[in-house]
Write a protein that binds this ligand. Structure first.
Ligand code: PRP
Length: 216
C-alpha cells in the first residue's frame, strides 16, 4: 500500500455499482473493477485507490476502525450505526424511504400500545417517540412484511423502494418517515492525515452538487 492511497469500502450490490459509475463520471478510470469475479479487494493500476466490497453495516465498521478512509453506504444503515465517522456527502442514489406499513385493517389512530416489527429499531423508536406514542418494538432480521399478516405485529417500519414487496404481501403504506439515499462517510483521522482525501471528496461533491452535511 502506498502512503496516500485512499481505501474505500463500498456496500456490495447496487450501491457499489452506482458508486463505481459516479467515480467514472468524476473522471476516475474504474475499468479495473469491470471484471470482478468473486474478488472483494481491488487496487487501481496506479495504486492510488483500493476498494473493499463489504456488507452494508460493515462499511461503518471498516471506516470507524480506520481500515477504510471512506465508505459508501445507505442512510438506513447509518441511522442504526450512527457513530465513529463523519457523514460527508449525500450521493443521491440508492433512493428509497422508511415507511410505516400494515394490512388494510390497521388503525394508526388506535390508542392501544402497538407492536411494530422492524429491522430498524432505532428509526422505528424515534418515529413513534416523536409522535408521543409508546410502542413495543419487535426486532426481526428480514421478511418483515409477513409480521402484520400473521399477527406478530400490528405494523412494520421498513424500507420501501418500488412498493411491490408491500403490495405482494397485502400491505400498504400508512406513513412515510424519511428519505433514504447513499451517503459518503469518512474516517476523521484519515481526513486530517491523508492529503489526497479532501481533493477526492471535493471532486465527488462537484458531481453530486451537495454541501457537507453536519456530523450526526
Ligand atoms: C428491502 C425491504 C423490502 C424491500 C422493499 O429488503 O426490506 O423488503 O427491500 O423494496 P420494494 O419496495 O422495491 O419492494 P431487501 O431487499 O433490502 O432485503 P431483506 O430481505 O434483507 O429485507
Amino acid at each position: 500500500m502506498t502512503s496516500n492511497q485512499i481505501t474505500i469500502a463500498l456496500t456490495k450490490g447496487r450501491i457499489e455499482k452506482d458508486a463505481v459509475a459516479l467515480f467514472e463520471k468524476a473522471g476516475f478510470d474504474m475499468s479495473f473493477m469491470a471484471d470482478k469475479g468473486r474478488n472483494l479487494i481491488f487496487e487501481s493500476p496506479d495504486k492510488k485507490f483500493r476498494f473493499l466490497l463489504v456488507k452494508a453495516p460493515d462499511v461503518t465498521t471498516y471506516v470507524r476502525h480506520g481500515v477504510a478512509d471512506i465508505g459508501v453506504v445507505g442512510k438506513d444503515v447509518l441511522v442504526e450505526h450512527p457513530t465513529g465517522y463523519l457523514e460527508m456527502l449525500d450521493l443521491n442514489f440508492g433512493l428509497c424511504k422508511f415507511s410505516v406499513a400494515s394490512t388494510e385493517d390497521y388503525n394508526p389512530d388506535d390508542h392501544k400500545r402497538k407492536r411494530i416489527a422492524t429491522k430498524y429499531p432505532t428509526i422505528a423508536r424515534q418515529h413513534f417517540n416523536q409522535k408521543g406514542e409508546d410502542v413495543e418494538i419487535i426486532s426481526i432480521q428480514g421478511s418483515v412484511e409477513i409480521a402484520p399478516v400473521i399477527g406478530l405485529a400490528d405494523a412494520i417500519v421498513d424500507i420501501v423502494e418500488t412498493g411491490s414487496t408491500l403490495v405482494a404481501n397485502g400491505l400498504k403504506v400508512y406513513e412515510d418517515i424519511c428519505r433514504i439515499s447513499a451517503r459518503m462517510i469518512v474516517n476523521k483521522a484519515a481526513l486530517k492525515n491523508n492529503a489526497e482525501l479532501s481533493p477526492f471528496i471535493r471532486k465527488i461533491e462537484a458531481i453530486v452538487g451537495n454541501e457537507e452535511v453536519p456530523f450526526k
